[in-house]
Write a protein that binds this ligand. Sequence first.
Ligand SMILES: [Fe+2]
Length: 185
Amino acid sequence: MDGIDTTTHTTAGKLATRSLEFLKEVKDFTPGKALEERLNRDYGPGNPYYEDFRRLLKQGFEEGWVATGDLDNGKYRRGRIQLPLPENLYMSLTCVYFDSEAEYAGQYHKHPYGEINCVIPINPTFQLEGLPVGENWRGAGWTSLGPGTHHYPRSRGGKGLAFFFLPSGRIAYDVDPADPQPISV
Ligand SMILES: [Fe+2]
């Protein structure tokens, strides 16, 4: 599965349209801590983009086209919604589903160009971890990890979705957790 057909899945089409509008607003910012703070300040719960992403992703999950690829017995599922395209400013759209009360770690990975990640709790207690490790658990809101960062995607507190944008769709799984994090200037 590498992208959802937005002509047959109209909810996915609406999500793609709203994603492009959102991306046009943030396209000149580099993923990382400053963007994360900006997103949580200006685009958190109550913001029309956040609310539309939450509504459309939950609807899509019910419709069965969100996070369809099972990676761990239903606890960790991932699916790409759109490849990087001119229509999304070359930012891929992906959604991951987590279901674990205890802290749970998904596949270690690196974001060569960073990531922008919308955290959508299904259970209100759900949290996803940003960076630094152990210091940045997020409920409803956003994380944004800078270019070259790598981490275990960790969740806790039940069921939730992580909806994320990757510049050029870039993500790398062949990374050693012992590698240093990038130097930030
Ligand atoms: Fe990540």
